[in-house]
Design a protein around this ligand. Structure first.
Ligand SMILES: *[C@@H]1O[C@H](CO)[C@@H](O)[C@H](O)[C@H]1NC(C)=O
Length: 346
């Protein structure tokens, strides 16, 4: 298994470190991400997330089957807690939801989002070939075969599995509306509201068989390298209005604070891939050359080829018209052959 092959080393490292005390952190400014490692040493360590998922890092793995999730279709009778934790909007998930397609059962704990701002809409954490999307959904699960709850699993190298969904602005998404319509009730940090359950599966892309898989970390302090990441290849959309609701409604400050601090652009910058590979569950013809500098040379080459073939046809027609003279000059066929060979080399 490629899956967390570094387990023994990390388990040692994680258990030997002192308990970390909570410190406030932000995405920009005095406590911004470049300073996270001062209070949270793992943030400056290895196996950090997110990453830019670039073609050079990819390796097809034929053993990666479709992601399978169980009991994601929640009844509206079930109450979920939607909250603002000052860093994101988070929805608690019942423990009956789990991922069944990994070597251990990974039980759902919560989902949350990362997003951009109205002036800079790009706010996903993972990038694909350096492209950043408008937002990203993380559905967080813990290894319930080995750990009793999220807090016991969060710092273990095989503790967590997160499903990442890249979000673009486009069509209205009715599934996201199930919780976005309540975000006015959690404008300020530490506010909560109970909302009816809905089908969580509908937040994921239709295809769960195409994804990127790698070993990484929490994308927020304390940045434990405890996450088996699955980032789906296919994106989902939310409407411009839905994106605006996300980007303009929430504050990272508390109700009673004198200055309201907007909660947006809550994404961590891509981290070094180092020696990591990203496993890919899908294989297909590489069409990336279309977007590279190869396109123009290929078009010019083809155009030259067409011109050569045209001139050859012209030559042939002329020789035919020349009639009897052609018989005397059989060598013409040989000359044409030479040109043909040259033409094919272009
Ligand atoms: C998690 O499990 C441990 C060990 O059983 C327990 O001590 C702790 O109180 C639990 N934490 C929560 C938040 O339930």
């Amino acid at each position: 298994m490629h899956f967390l092959s570094f387990t023994p080393i990390l388990l040692l490292q994680l258990t030997n470190l002192p308990v970390l005390h909570a410190a406030k952190w932000t995405y920009t400014g005095q406590e911004g991400q470049q300073y996270w490692s001062k209070h949270y040493p793992y943030c400056g360590g290895s196996f950090q997330s997110p990453i830019d998922i670039e073609s050079e890092l990819l390796r097809f793995d034929p053993t990666l089957g479709p992601v399978e999730v169980q009991n994601y279709d929640l009844s509206s009778d079930e109450q979920l807690t939607l909250g603002n934790n000052g860093h994101s909007v988070q929805l608690s998930l019942p423990h009956k939801m789990y991922i069944s397609s990994l070597p251990h059962r990974y039980t759902a704990a919560q989902l949350h989002l990362h997003w951009g701002s109205t002036s800079k809409p790009a706010g996903s954490e993972h990038l694909v070939n350096s492209q950043q999307y408008a937002a990203e959904l993380h559905v967080v699960h813990f290894n319930s075969d080995k750990y009793p709850n999220m807090s016991m699993a969060v710092d273990k190298s095989d503790g967590l599995a997160v499903l990442g969904v890249l979000i673009e602005v486009g069509e209205f998404n009715p599934a996201f509306e199930h919780f976005l319509k309540f975000i006015n009730d959690v404008k300020y940090s530490d506010q909560r509201v109970q909302i009816p359950g809905f089908n969580i599966r509908a937040l994921l892309p239709v295809r769960l068989d195409e994804y990127f898989r790698y070993d990484g970390s929490l994308t927020t302090p304390p940045c434990y390298p405890s996450v088996l990441w699955t980032v789906f290849r296919n994106h989902v959309t939310i409407s411009h209005k839905q994106f605006l609701a996300l980007a303009t409604t929430l504050y990272s400050s508390h109700t009673q604070d004198s200055t309201a601090v907007p909660l947006n652009s809550n994404f961590r910058k891509p981290q070094p891939a180092d020696s990591r590979v990203v496993l890919v569950s899908f294989k297909e013809a590489d069409e990336s050359w279309i977007n590279t500098g190869l396109l123009v040379p290929i078009l010019v080459g083809s155009a030259l080829g067409v011109v050569l073939i045209m001139s050859l046809i012209c030559c042939l027609i002329r020789q035919k018209r020349a009639g009897p003279r052609q018989d005397k000059n059989k060598g013409a066929g040989y000359n044409i052959g030479e040109k043909d060979e040259y033409g094919s080399r272009v």
